[in-house]
Write a new protein. Structure first.
Ligand SMILES: O=c1ccn([C@@H]2O[C@H](COP(=O)(O)OP(=O)(O)O[C@H]3O[C@H](CO)[C@@H](O)[C@H](O)[C@H]3O)[C@@H](O)[C@H]2O)c(=O)[nH]1
Ligand SMILES: [Mn+2]
Length: 738
């Protein structure tokens, strides 16, 4: 390798000193956990005079605390070896100067529904990567359309036309936001006649695409003869989203199409795989596998970037940064993927829904960098194609020679024979009796195909790298209505349970192939839905018992009390410090811990129920695509920092029930202490928990009692919750009096 001869450093990793503190703290904390568990066992076993109520409460607490201890143990994996890494693209540039020096890059963009994922956004995402600072003849963009919609194809055709002006403009002016929407909306947009002209072109294109989406079909005035045949396919009488033949359309061919400056354009290819109702399509993983094959027969690039349709490039030099790892011989050969963080735009001040996912996308991945590498986030990931074809040491030979890694495509992408083969590998039946989805390609069986695929690759011995440059490489969008937020994570919970309860469970299979630390890290996510048990217990039991004048924790004067204080403050304190070290604010940390509780009481709880009903055959597995369309009114309320309830979603019921019980317990306890009927010494911990629950439920009270806007809590949910809270109280009252 040339760079090695030149002695140029391509990347630098740094082991963070905080690991020493983390390890020491883990030691102390584990001693405290053992002590509490010992205390519980002692209370359960050594006191035969136990009454039923105290046996019942202690048992609930023991079970909760065992789960909490297990989750704590899992979370330590992220803290033992945190490593950050930095690429040096400027060094790479010194040795890669001719286009031939660059490896080809295939970009996969997935979309699934033109009404939830506006075609204009898909087009903007495509444009932002078409404009990468990368040799265009080496760049191919594949868009997978699971929505089987001519509207999306139309938007891409428009994008390719506009791209002929946009690409040279970006490169000449060294624009950083290569998504036109982001650039024209930013303060950096140049104010001159050329820019104005391009902006107008863009606005016109946007109007055309949005008009077409509004009417639902391509009106005559927008039709061009060029793609007439492709549009005809959607018109077939029996064409439905669930049942249609594969449609593959080369929107732009690199060797033919030139931009206005005379440079060649990247390939842009639209792929809507075949769908047949009787053949499982495996959601996004299925779509990605079709793209793997279609791209193999068309361009067969050794590196692949996977993107969700709402994830635009925010830095044109990202591919160079990725190459800093692949071209490093000490890392490259076993490297399956380079993961960039998922970053978002437009949070409100407190980031009320904790959409940033600081722990998942920013803190934990650094912890994994010192082990086998980060989990796969599903988007913003540069893969080595090789990783999809067996472990590093034993490659799997594909069914047809055209899918081989060393297969060289000589013909252009719109060659008749190539297109025919592409249609063949995009058919529903192609995967029958093959290893696709089980040992080859993206893996099937979980709704979090990203997490699961990354996990299986790590088990095969592959490594990954988490690279988080100062300027976010990509920017994505997030849902801003609470129901959408928790519905998204409910899908994740179902998907995670599908992994944790399978034969590939990280605890057994993972420990065998990954070693204990990586296995615990994967378990942390896979068993995440388990949080719902202890959180439910802690959200209801201390409060309902408090309402019944029944003490369940050690007294303040009891030495065991301090153990509880240490465990609580220790966990929250460490979480807080890590959050702030990752550039978080105290306000956002508060939202983060609150949202953690909310997600557990909604997504994890209902996800578990959904997983069970899927297994019993009561419901069918489905991938509920998150809507990327925002209502202006909802957006306004979001910007004001208000939670958006609005719809009578069953997922709000546990939230408002918890809110009511905690408020009642808090007031009741307080009044009892004031009137001297309660002994504060005995009830202190329960009072504190009720107070903590109440503080966290604040947005729920507002939504139930004081708001009048459309985002308030539907009265139906409030009434159901009051009733449920009363039932719970009555049940516990009955038990404690037994
Ligand atoms: O049948 C399907 C369903 C979804 N998608 C695409 O999958 C992507 C993610 O869907 P979205 O509704 O945005 O889900 P999120 O929960 O926001 O996505 C996260 O979680 C998913 C797993 O549940 C991962 O696939 C994503 O990469 C990750 O960003 C989108 O581009 C969709 O178009 C398909 O292509 N086919
Ligand atoms: Mn998404």
């Amino acid at each position: 390798m040339e760079y090695a001869e030149a002695n140029l450093q391509l990347n630098l990793s740094r082991l963070l000193p905080r690991r020493i503190f983390n390890r020491a703290f883990a030691l102390v904390y584990s001693a405290a956990i053992s002590a509490v568990l010992y205390h519980h066992v002692e209370t359960l076993l050594r006191r035969p005079t136990n009454t039923f109520p105290s046996f019942f409460t202690t048992l609930s607490m023991v079970m909760s605390d065992i789960i909490l201890a297990f989750m704590w143990l899992n979370s330590q994996a992220f803290r033992m070896n945190p490593v950050t890494t930095k690429p040096f693209p400027e060094n790479l540039q010194k040795v890669l100067n001719r286009p031939e020096d660059f490896p080809a890059l295939d970009v996969f963009i997935c979309t699934a529904d033109p009404y939830k994922e506006p075609p204009m956004k898909v087009a903007a995402t495509a444009l932002s990567v078409m404009a990468y600072d990368y040799p265009t003849e080496k760049l191919s963009i594949y868009v997978s359309d699971d929505g089987g919609s001519e509207l999306t194809l139309f938007a891409l055709i428009e994008a390719a036309k506009f791209g002929k002006v946009w690409l040279p403009f970006c490169k000449e002016n060294r624009v950083l936001e290569r998504c036109p929407e982001a650039y024209f909306g930013s303060e950096f947009a140049a104010r001159n006649s050329e820019t104005e002209k391009i902006k107008e072109m863009y606005e016109n294109m946007k109007t055309r695409v949005e008009n077409v989406v509004k009417t639902g079909y391509i009106t005559e005035e927008y039709k061009s003869s060029e793609h007439e045949e492709a549009f005809g396919k959607y018109k077939a009488e029996d064409f439905t989203i669930q049942h249609h033949p594969p449609i593959i359309q080369v929107v732009s061919e690199s060797r033919e199409e030139k931009d206005v400056g005379g440079c060649c354009m990247p390939n842009l290819i639209y792929v809507s795989r075949q769908k047949i109702p009787t053949s499982p399509h495996h959601f996004k993983a299925g779509a990605l596998n079709v793209l793997l094959r279609v791209s193999a027969v068309m361009t067969n690039a050794p590196t692949i970037l996977t993107l969700d349709c709402d994830m635009v490039s925010n830095d044109p030099s990202t591919p160079l940064k990725m190459l800093c790892y692949y071209m490093d011989n000490s890392i490259g050969p076993n490297l399956a993927y380079v993961q960039f963080p998922v970053c978002f735009n437009g949070f409100n001040k407190a980031d009320i829904y904790s959409s940033e996912f600081k722990r998942v996308y920013h803190i934990n991945p650094i912890g994994l960098n010192g082990l086998s590498g980060p989990d796969y986030f599903g988007t913003g990931t540069f893969f080595s194609r090789r990783a999809f074809h067996g472990s590093p040491s034993s490659p799997i030979v594909p069914e047809i020679p055209e899918l081989a890694l060393d297969y060289v495509v000589e013909k252009p992408v719109n060659d008749r024979a190539i297109l025919e083969l592409a249609h063949h590998v995009a058919s529903s039946e192609y995967e029958n009796q093959t290893k696709w989805g089980s040992e080859v390609g993206f893996r099937y069986g979980s709704l979090v195909e990203d997490y699961y695929t990354g996990y299986r690759l790590h088990c095969e011995g592959w490594k990954s790298v988490y690279c988080s440059p100062e300027r976010p490489a990509f920017l994505s969008e997030m849902p801003i209505a609470l129901n959408d937020v928790v519905t998204q994570t409910k899908r994740w919970s179902v998907g995670l349970l599908e992994v944790s309860l399978s034969k590939y469970s990280p605890l057994m299979f993972g420990t065998r192939f990954l070693g204990p630390l990586m296995a615990h890290a994967y378990s942390y996510y896979a068993f995440g839905p388990l949080w719902s048990f202890p959180v439910m217990v802690y959200a209801f039991l201390p409060q309902t018992t408090l309402l019944n004048n029944f003490s369940i924790f050690p007294k303040v004067s009891d030495p065991w009390f301090f153990l509880y204080v240490f465990l609580f403050l220790g966990a929250y304190g460490q979480d807080y410090v890590e959050f702030v070290l990752a550039k978080g604010t105290t306000l956002r940390w508060w939202s983060d811990q609150r949202m953690w509780l909310i997600r557990i009481l909604t997504s994890d709880l209902f996800g578990t129920l959904e997983y069970i009903s899927n297994h019993l055959g009561i419901a069918t597995r489905s991938f509920n695509v998150t809507s990327k369309v925002n209502d202006d009114e909802v957006k306004k309320r979001y910007d004001e920092g208000k939670f958006e309830f609005g719809v009578p979603s069953p997922m709000f019921v546990p939230l408002s029930t918890v809110a009511i019980i905690n408020l009642a317990a808090f007031f009741w306890g307080f009044s009892q202490v004031l009137t001297g009927r309660y002994n504060l010494d005995e009830m202190f911990v329960q009072m504190i928990l009720a107070c903590f629950g109440t503080a966290n439920s604040w947005p729920v009270y507002e939504a139930m009692f004081s708001r009048t806007d459309k985002g308030r809590m539907p009265a139906k949910i409030t009434l159901i919750s009051i009733f449920l809270a009363w039932v719970l109280f009555a049940v516990v009252s009955f038990i404690t009096k037994m």
